[in-house]
Design a protein around this ligand. Structure first.
Ligand code: ATP
Length: 801
């Protein structure tokens, strides 16, 4: 590239990055793989516009997708402006709190007024500002934000006390005053969460081997038809006994139902029922009234309702209208988990409908056409809930995150003068992580952009991981179709990771069909190949991870530079618990929340092919297919992109945790050239174990004190081999299988029961103990000091070592 003199220091950029910075293109996409300096390029562009092009900072808008990313951008801008280097040192200081950081950031923004004139914001925060300023035309500018979860979000000061799920539950309770709605909801929860009658096009009618269907009353019955009868009785508040025992002479029968109020037995006849003449005869002799209902009638629920009305209600004298009132709480008290999951799905669908920009009527129509009963039933419940939710929010002046966008779009569309004001203000719009945009966001960007505006986007289609909540990878892949007269520039050098990591991740992502092929090269050469650990039992990798972390820390890597990643939080709970006592504060993150991060050492957990492993294309659920039909391959590609994001967070060391016999397909996609060769699925973890010569406990080699007897290990240990260890751990049956292979069993057990019990005593604790030991009994001392009774007793007797 030709030699260039700029006021802005662009010497730390490569040629392509510099080309992007100085480009005058009105629509430019800088496309690159991970770690290739996209954000760095975008920030240099802002500096360049201000210093070289003398653009007024007020005319620049930089958009990100998370508050963290916006803050990170601001921090990086301050660092480049602050020539003293103080701010850079400050933000790298260990242990500074979130609010200290915010305060210092604000100080610096005051110090450099041009920086505070820049608009560096999340897209939601930009919309928030738009609605606050001009929202009165389309909504209410005194609105409150309603968030998915209570707690932290970027509009905390103006967030409603109730969360989205609170409101969903509230409106559902309200709708449940209608008994039909309440029972329909209960029917859904019982059928599809409790009884798991998933995905069958027609519910199975009869299963002779057992009772699989739950009635609204809560008992288990044998067939869908019997469930229908039981439900009908329940809906009409008619008490019944299912399969009562009837003795006639020496014979015992179990008719299907006994309805005491009508003194009536009911036998339901399906084509799978056993012949009933004999039974009927006997019942008649005994003077019992037994009526029969037939399966054929159940195929039409209206007819069957009539049949039951006639044969049962007619025989009951008391007033049915005085039926007991049903209460939401009572009906669902045993199904909290299930109803919460249902609400989550309703919310998911609610968000997807907004993002799809399809009218609700169309969704209702499509759902009604579904060949799956579960889907039809779901939408019969979900749509009234969503409509009631929307009405509730309007009445309370609440906007959710998508609402911020839809209202801003409506405002700019309906009020051209306001739109022009924003267009004139933001002459330069820079978008980071462009691969994550959804329809609404692109609509908004289009409204903010006029012909003269420079739109500068950076992104990586390989890292598009928010399709599940509406982002559209098509905008980046087909950028040229969506933005006319646009240009594309590709960055090909990865500065973050070693070549094994770059090559492995590039090979893995190449399996995706919907992508822009890129030839990415690593700047860093050499380094360790990727290591894969194959667990034989769940949790067995914990010891391996612990030891690897210890090893890297001893080599001088700080714990903050170690990152543990996982697909879903549950995958890490065991390891978190196991590492709690290691004393090292390493970072744990879901892959989605690790976007944009980098770390020297990365572990990726849960790379197995069992249920809940990785890949896990959960959106395949037919409920979501109504709004946006997607096939398995499409969803699998998003999972693969998520895997790519995880791999590319690692700078130097990458460890993948898999399972023997259930290896994730994604691991198989990594060519063996990039994997540590001493590994095979069959190789077991090795443990460094020592034996305390005082009490003969087995323990980890690096322990200083024996957790059992408190002896000094350095002086009292004998190395033992892992065979002894394995022998011990298999002998102990009461330890859950998943913990075997972690720490030697009794250390683990003791530490779980009383984590602090065996830690050495600090000076302060010694001092307090001496002060209080005569004032309290042993039990209280155990509570106060978090130690076991034997330790406290030993101390009281001055026997503790
Ligand atoms: N020209 C360069 N010379 C040296 N280092 C660079 C250069 N460009 C980027 N880097 C370094 O590479 C790393 C990744 O940069 P950055 O975070 O900007 O990448 P990115 O493309 O936005 O990454 P990702 O998409 O994975 O989040 C950073 O540590 C950055 O300092």
């Amino acid at each position: 590239m030709k030699y260039l003199t700029t006021k802005t220091d662009l010497t730390s950029l490569n040629d392509k990055q510099r080309e992007a910075v100085i480009s005058e293109s009105k629509r430019l996409l800088v496309l690159a793989g991970a770690g290739s300096g996209k954000t760095k390029t975008l920030l240099h562009k802002i500096n360049y516009l201000i210093d070289d092009k003398l653009v007024n900072a007020e005319n620049i808008l930089a958009v990100t997708f998370t508050k963290n990313a916006a803050n990170e951008m601001l921090d990086r801008m301050i660092v480049s402006a602050d020539k003293t280097g103080y701010y850079e040192t400050f933000i790298k200081t260990k242990g500074i709190t979130f609010s200290e950081r915010n305060k210092e950031r604000q100080n610096y923004l005051n110090k450099f007024p041009w920086l505070s004139r820049l608009t560096i914001k999340t897209i939601h925060s930009l919309c928030y500002q738009i609605i606050k300023t001009d929202g009165v035309h389309v909504f209410d500018n005194k609105f409150k934000i309603v968030a998915d979860k209570k707690g932290n979000n970027e509009f905390l000061a103006n967030t409603a006390e109730e969360s989205v799920s609170d409101i969903i539950e509230k409106v559902t309770i309200n709708l449940s005053q209608n008994k039909q709605f309440l029972l329909k909801l209960k029917r859904y929860i019982l059928d599809y969460f409790v009884d798991f009658i998933h995905d069958t096009k027609d519910n199975q009618e009869f299963r002779p081997e057992g009772k699989f269907f739950t009635s609204l009353k809560g008992d288990k019955v044998r067939s869908k038809s019997e469930q229908f009868i039981a439900d009908w009785l329940y809906r009409n508040s008619i008490d019944y006994v299912y399969e009562p025992e009837v003795k006639v002479g020496k014979s015992t029968f179990h008719p299907d139902f006994f309805i005491q109020q009508a003194n009536l037995y009911l036998e339901h006849i399906s084509n799978k029922s056993y012949p009933s003449f004999w039974k009927e005869g006997k019942m008649k002799i005994a003077g019992n009234t037994c009526i029969k209902t037939f399966d054929d009638a159940t195929h039409n629920s209206a007819i069957f309702n009539k049949v039951l009305d006639r044969v049962i209600k007619g025989r009951i004298s008391n007033d049915l209208s005085s039926a007991t009132v049903l209460h939401y709480d009572e009906e669902f008290s045993n199904f909290r988990k299930e109803i919460t999951r249902f609400f989550r799905e309703v919310n998911e669908v609610r968000n997807k409908i907004v993002n799809s920009e399809k009218p609700v009527e169309q969704i209702i129509e499509e759902a009604a056409k579904s060949e799956f009963e579960r889907v039809r039933m779901f939408y019969q419940l979900a749509i009234p809930i969503i409509e009631a939710f929307n009405e509730y929010c309007v009445n309370k002046s609440y906007l959710d995150f998508d609402g911020l966008l839809t209202k801003s779009i409506q405002l700019l569309e309906d009020y051209p003068a306001i739109k022009e004001r924003y267009q004139d203000k933001y002459k330069f719009i820079l978008v980071d992580e462009f691969q994550d945009v959804n329809n609404l966001q692109v609509n908004l960007l289009n409204l903010l952009t006029k012909k003269e505006t420079q739109l500068f986007c950076v992104g990586d289609d390989w890292q598009s991981i928010y399709g599940f909540r509406g982002s559209e990878i098509g905008y980046i892949v087909n950028f040229k179709q969506h933005f006319s007269d646009s240009e594309l520039l590709t960055l090909k050098l990865n500065y973050r990771s070693t070549d094994s990591i770059v090559n492995a991740s590039t090979e893995a992502i190449k399996k995706n069909k919907f992508q822009i092929p890129k030839d990415i090269k690593a700047v860093k050469r050499g380094g360790q190949k990727i290591k894969i650990f194959y667990e034989e039992q769940e949790g067995q990798s914990n010891a391996f991870i612990w030891e690897t972390i210890e090893k890297h820390i001893q080599e001088g890597i700080s714990p903050e530079e170690i990152l543990v990643l996982y697909r879903r939080s549950a995958m890490a709970s065991d390891l978190k618990q196991a590492l709690k006592h290691s004393g090292h504060k390493i970072q744990f993150k879901t892959i989605h929340s690790a976007k944009g991060l980098e770390a020297k050492v990365v572990f990726i957990l849960g790379l197995h092919s069992n249920k809940g492993g990785f890949p896990d294309p959960w959106l395949q659920d037919k409920i979501y297919q109504v709004i946006k039909p997607t096939n398995y391959d499409y969803l699998l590609e998003e999972e693969r992109r998520l895997f790519y994001v995880a791999l590319t967070r690692a700078q130097d060391y990458l460890y993948l945790i898999s399972q023997k016999g259930a290896v994730s397909d994604f691991i198989r996609d990594i060519p063996s050239d990039f994997v540590f060769q001493d590994q095979s699925e069959s190789k077991e973890a090795s443990f460094k174990i020592t034996l305390c010569s005082k009490c003969e406990s087995t323990l980890k080699a690096h322990y200083k004190f024996c957790p059992e007897c408190g002896a000094n290990i350095q002086a009292n240990s004998l190395p033992i081999n892992s065979n002894v260890f394995n022998q011990i751990k298999t002998e102990v049956q009461e330890i859950p299988l998943k913990h075997k292979g972690y720490l030697e069993y009794h250390i683990y057990k003791a530490r779980l029961e009383n984590p602090r019990a065996y830690e050495p005593w600090s000076e302060k604790e010694n001092e307090l103990f001496d002060k209080y030991k005569d004032k309290f009994d042993v039990k209280r001392l155990c509570e106060l000091f978090g130690r076991s009774e034997d330790v406290i007793t030993a101390r009281l007797k001055d026997e503790y070592i």
